[in-house]
Design a protein around this ligand. Structure first.
Ligand SMILES: [Zn+2]
Length: 66
């Protein structure tokens, strides 16, 4: 799984909480990079920091998720 694929599946970037819930992982705040401003998450419709990228530590967590 990649952030690019998550973007395509959801029609936009989603928040870290939704990624963790959807893929049963535990990305921490510092595992991710975010949009500079909070926006509406297309998955939970909350105003949140949307994940635009994942650092190496987070990529390892996403690697084996489908
Ligand atoms: Zn969300």
């Amino acid at each position: 799984m990649t952030i690019h694929r998550i973007y395509k599946l959801n029609g936009g970037y989603i928040c870290r909480r939704c990624i963790n819930d959807d893929y049963h992982i535990h990305l921490r705040h510092r595992d991710c990079r975010y949009l500079p401003v909070q926006s509406t998450c297309p998955a939970c419709h909350g105003t949140r920091n949307l994940v635009v990228g994942v650092r190496l530590s987070g990529q390892l967590k996403l690697l084996f998720k489908h």
